[in-house]
Design a binder for this molecule. Structure first.
Ligand SMILES: *[C@@H]1O[C@H](CO)[C@@H](O)[C@H](O)[C@H]1NC(C)=O
Ligand SMILES: *[C@@H]1O[C@H](CO)[C@@H](O)[C@H](O)[C@H]1NC(C)=O
Ligand SMILES: *[C@@H]1O[C@H](CO)[C@@H](O)[C@H](O)[C@H]1NC(C)=O
Ligand SMILES: *[C@@H]1O[C@H](CO)[C@@H](O)[C@H](O)[C@H]1NC(C)=O
Ligand SMILES: *[C@@H]1O[C@H](CO)[C@@H](O)[C@H](O)[C@H]1NC(C)=O
Ligand SMILES: *[C@@H]1O[C@H](CO)[C@@H](O)[C@H](O)[C@H]1NC(C)=O
Ligand SMILES: *[C@@H]1O[C@H](CO)[C@@H](O)[C@H](O)[C@H]1NC(C)=O
Ligand SMILES: *[C@@H]1O[C@H](CO)[C@@H](O)[C@H](O)[C@H]1NC(C)=O
Ligand SMILES: *[C@@H]1O[C@H](CO)[C@@H](O)[C@H](O)[C@H]1NC(C)=O
Ligand SMILES: *[C@@H]1O[C@H](CO)[C@@H](O)[C@H](O)[C@H]1NC(C)=O
Ligand SMILES: *[C@@H]1O[C@H](CO)[C@@H](O)[C@H](O)[C@H]1NC(C)=O
Ligand SMILES: *[C@@H]1O[C@H](CO)[C@@H](O)[C@H](O)[C@H]1NC(C)=O
Length: 607
């Protein structure tokens, strides 16, 4: 058949097909590699500054990557209607004329990656109705204008990352009816382009990486009915994840990684019952609270690696009956209790390495399942107790476990009976120092049955070491306080009675004093138990007052009787009465009342 290889570019009747195959090997741009079989022309890194001459007309694949092409004009490709894949990446193209690819009816894949395009005007992609993949990443495009992708009704995948995009016009993605995958990365966008994205009704995957967007606003994603995979990665300033930001989406995988989030976005995840994979790694999330993720019933895999997790509360994964894999490596967890999981038996993979684990009875369940759960390549280790510090889980023998991996009930070290006495306005400190393994948590119950945990509650603060501090004690702080130290093994309690000596006026300002720690006066109608606030001294003094008044009246009566009886004889009009007045001065205490205001003489005239 060799003799038929005459003039390859002239279609020869009958032998045309053969001629093309053989001939194309002959007509090939000088520096390129051509393959007749795949009808490809590879001119990678050949220093061309335009489309080379001699590209066979039947060419299906044309690779012009890493050359020095500067511009693309409509005439350039007019002669090659069969091109399906065109690679123009890595050139120095600054301008693409509208209609440049007009004649490439069969084009499936077009790459303009890594060029110097600043503006893609309307019509650049016109006529490319068969295009399925388009890559315009790594250019200098600043804006995506309305309708610029209008004709690309078969486009499946679009890469627009690594540009200097500051704005995506609302109708820029109009017409992309088949788009399934969109990558938006390394641009200067400051908000999610909600309106532009709302045209992508068939989008399945959306990747948004390396963006300096600081918040996800409510309803950020509209009309993305088919979106299943959302990736948000490397948004270093993202710290706000609004409750309704993912509203309307039906995702199966969600990654929100390398962010500045400090709170687990419980609310935002509420409406995602089909979510199977969730990745919130590399954030500043500190805790996963209990019972707030109950809607994630389908979740299979959860990653929260490299964050600042200090605790995963009991019932945190309540509702996740299929959770198979949990990756919380590189955090600050000291334990992971069994009660965290809805169904601990379904767990197959647990990555918990690089956490300061305290191996006590709370981790016993894990140690016992160390042969059925995969801990990955890096075995978790105990940081305490000392005896098994740094030993991988896998090495534990049963005897070792029963010796070390235990818990002890809390024991409060303070004396059983503590009585603290202060004067009004002074500060009071009640001690409650407890030991136990794991270290007990301490809370106080006030005389008003308010529970105070380890933090500040206005005037009252509970410290890490368990002490309760009352700044400027008030009379109504008086009473018996209970300290409760508890851990998984049990609890211990201690009663401390606090007496606050009143200095102030006994009757004035009594109700105004109730700026109570327990907020009992919050409800105006719900007045506090005033009698509770009256101390013993007050009661004594008022009783004493009552007695004096009473005695005065009795004395008066006696005198009346006396005078009356005497009056039968001689008349005497003057009566002397001794009377102790009730002091109204400030700073009245029982003592002052006695000393300050001595008995006074009253002179009365009988009529
Ligand atoms: C798209 O490709 C099909 C064949 O794959 C072809 O028949 C059709 O003409 C092409 N569309 C256009 C607008 O050229
Ligand atoms: C985009 O951000 C980069 C880096 O912050 C900056 O150098 C560039 O000038 C910005 N471009 C525009 C168009 O704002
Ligand atoms: C992350 O948040 C912290 C605290 O709000 C702030 O100090 C820090 O600058 C933030 N980081 C970034 C990259 O925005
Ligand atoms: C959500 O997605 C799941 C799985 O992809 C699908 O079975 C379900 O029908 C979808 N629900 C809605 C309302 O689209
Ligand atoms: C997040 O998890 C997904 C799998 O669920 C994984 O594909 C992705 O690479 C992870 N992202 C990071 C930043 O680790
Ligand atoms: C755990 O998750 C992080 C974040 O996605 C990932 O980088 C790491 O590879 C995962 N570890 C394993 C062993 O899969
Ligand atoms: C316990 O009481 C004894 C005597 O009553 C006293 O000496 C000791 O200091 C008290 N200890 C504490 C911790 O208060
Ligand atoms: C302390 O433990 C006992 C049983 O050991 C339990 O009945 C009680 O409710 C616990 N008290 C507190 C405050 O946890
Ligand atoms: C009583 O209340 C008044 C005003 O509410 C205040 O000026 C006065 O200092 C209070 N007296 C005492 C003893 O607290
Ligand atoms: C007291 O309770 C009310 C509501 O009952 C609340 O608005 C107010 O903030 C509370 N004050 C304090 C100091 O807790
Ligand atoms: C105030 O107290 C009354 C009776 O105790 C109660 O019915 C009402 O709901 C309370 N109001 C508020 C705002 O707490
Ligand atoms: C008053 O005391 C009673 C009984 O001691 C108690 O049930 C009630 O809650 C108290 N009310 C307030 C406002 O403290």
């Amino acid at each position: 058949m060799l003799h038929t290889a005459v003039s390859c570019w002239q279609p020869l009747l009958g032998l045309a097909l053969v001629a093309v195959f053989v001939g194309s090997t002959l007509a090939c741009p000088s520096r390129c590699e051509c393959s007749a079989q795949s009808r490809s022309v590879i001119c990678h890194r050949k220093r061309y500054n335009a489309i080379p001459d001699g590209v066979p007309i039947e060419t299906r694949i044309l690779d012009l990557s890493k050359n020095r092409v500067q511009a693309v004009n409509p005439d350039d490709f007019a002669a090659y209607p069969h091109i399906e894949e065109l690679d123009l990446s890595g050139n120095i193209i600054a301008y693409v004329e509208p209609g440049a690819f007009n004649s490439l009816y069969s084009l499936h894949s077009l790459s303009l990656k890594s060029n110097r395009i600043k503006l893609l005007s309307l019509g650049v992609f016109s006529g490319l109705s068969n295009l399925t993949n388009l890559d315009i990443s790594d250019n200098k495009v600043v804006i995506l204008v309305d309708y610029m992708f209008q004709d690309l009704r078969n486009l499946r995948s679009l890469e627009v990352g690594d540009n200097e995009l500051v704005y995506i016009s609302h109708r820029a993605f109009s017409g992309l009816l088949s788009l399934e995958s969109l990558t938006l990365e390394r641009c200067n966008l400051t908000v999610v382009p909600t309106d532009a994205l709302s045209h992508l009704h068939n989008l399945v995957r959306l990747h948004m990486r390396y963006l300096s967007i600081s918040s996800l606003h409510p309803y950020s994603f509209k009309k993305l009915f088919h979106l299943r995979h959302l990736e948000i990665d490397n948004w270093p300033s993202l710290d706000l994840f609004a409750a309704n930001s993912l509203h309307g989406l039906n995702l199966t995988t969600l990654s929100v990684t390398n962010t500045n989030l400090s709170f687990f976005p419980y609310q935002a995840l509420r409406h995602l019952p089909y979510l199977t994979h969730l990745n919130l790694s590399y954030s500043r999330i500190r805790t996963v609270e209990g019972g707030l993720l109950q809607d994630l019933v389908q979740l299979r895999e959860l990653r929260l690696a490299g964050s600042q997790l200090v605790s995963i509360e009991p019932y945190a994964f309540q509702g996740m009956r299929w959770l198979r894999s949990l990756n919380v490596s590189h955090n600050r967890l000291d334990t992971l209790e069994r009660g965290v999981f809805h169904a601990p038996e379904t767990l197959q993979v647990l990555l918990i390495n690089n956490n300061p684990l305290v191996c006590d009875c709370r981790l016993m369940w894990l140690q016992q399942r160390r042969h059925s759960i995969s801990f990955g390549d890096i075995q978790p280790e105990c940081s305490t107790p000392e005896g098994i510090h740094g030993r991988p889980f896998k090495e534990f023998k049963e005897t070792l476990l029963s010796y070390y991996v235990t818990c002890t009930k809390p024991k409060i070290r303070e004396n059983r009976t503590q009585m603290v006495s202060v004067e009004e306005g002074q500060s009071a400190r009640l001690h409650c120092n407890a030991e136990g393994a794991p270290l007990p948590t301490i809370f106080w119950v006030t005389p008003r049955r308010k529970h105070l945990t380890n933090r500040s509650h206005g005037r009252v603060t509970v410290h890490n070491n368990g002490s309760l501090d009352i700044k400027a004690a008030e009379v109504q702080d008086d009473g018996v306080y209970m300290c409760v130290a508890s851990n998984t093994a049990g609890n211990d309690t201690l009663m401390v009675s606090l007496a606050v000596k009143s200095l102030g006026s006994l009757y004035a300002n009594r109700t105004q004093h109730y700026t109570d720690t327990s907020n009992a006066t919050a409800n105006g109608t719900n007045l506090p138990n005033v009698t509770f606030g009256l101390d013993l001294k007050t009661i004594l003094v008022s009783t004493a007052m009552g007695c004096f008044t009473f005695l005065g009246v009795v004395l008066f009566c006696f005198l009346l009787l006396f005078v009356w009886s005497r009056g039968k004889g001689k008349h005497k009009n003057n009566i002397d009465i001794e009377y102790v007045p009730r002091s109204k001065s400030n700073g009245t205490s029982a003592e002052e009342a006695d000393q300050g205001a001595g008995p006074r003489r009253f002179n009365m005239k009988m009529i």
